[in-house]
Design a binder for this molecule. Sequence first.
Ligand SMILES: Nc1nc2c(ncn2[C@@H]2O[C@H](COP(=O)(O)OP(=O)(O)OP(=O)(O)O)[C@@H](O)[C@H]2O)c(=O)[nH]1
Ligand SMILES: [Mg+2]
Length: 241
Amino acid sequence: MDGGPNPLEAFSSEERTTRGAGNHEVVCLILLIYISIFGRRLRSIVSFRFVLIGARFRFLSKISLAPWAALLPFPLVLLGDSGVGKSCIVLRFVRGQFDPTSKVTVGASFLSQTIALQDSTTIKFEIWDTAGQERYAALAPLYYRGAAVAVVVYDITSPDSFNKAQYWVKELQKHGSPDIVMALVGNKADLQNNREVPVQDAVEYAEKNGMFFIETSAKTADNINELFEEIAKRLPRVSSS
Ligand SMILES: Nc1nc2c(ncn2[C@@H]2O[C@H](COP(=O)(O)OP(=O)(O)OP(=O)(O)O)[C@@H](O)[C@H]2O)c(=O)[nH]1
Ligand SMILES: [Mg+2]
């Protein structure tokens, strides 16, 4: 039977190819439209989730982050010449003790202490007591780089230790955090008869360098708590609003 020409063969191969491609294009076009609609929906679902997560974080930060933030520790570093009494200041503050036979610190030592202020805020200090001996000087940046507070100590009976304190202040100004809270501490205030660093010199130096100044005695506990309370008052607070 002749059956007439095969309708498919009526098209040249070129036409078939063209028509086939046309079908694919239509399918692709439909797919693209579908994906773009579905994709938009997907994006909106995802972004809605992010909005929810963001809102949840904003909600948590308003409701409960402030009390938690108050418990976040503040890294504090003590710097100063060997023998000025850094370790004794820390021991007095943390344990309420004084060690007349205190040994030189090797490398650095770590202690933490929490204090409650009058406005019922709680501040936790992570205290890095560095070694004042020259051989450990290169280690100091490891401790002061991330510090929120630097306590620079000198001995009121030693002008050399006051010069060394000024060296540490310059180091902190060059390499410390720009918003670091700095305190200048003249220790061994119980040795008034041997004083060689006038109070006025220290007051002027501290003022010029935007530092808080206090004289302490780790031996008699004079001004030790006041030193840390004053530092705590100067720390940035988290607002609960
Ligand atoms: N009279 C008096 N002596 C103190 C006082 N604070 C510390 N000392 C003495 O000073 C000496 C050195 O004290 P440390 O606290 O070990 O000194 P440091 O600054 O930690 O020294 P390094 O660890 O070497 O950096 C010890 O014999 C202490 O007993 C103080 O307020 N008054
Ligand atoms: Mg020490």
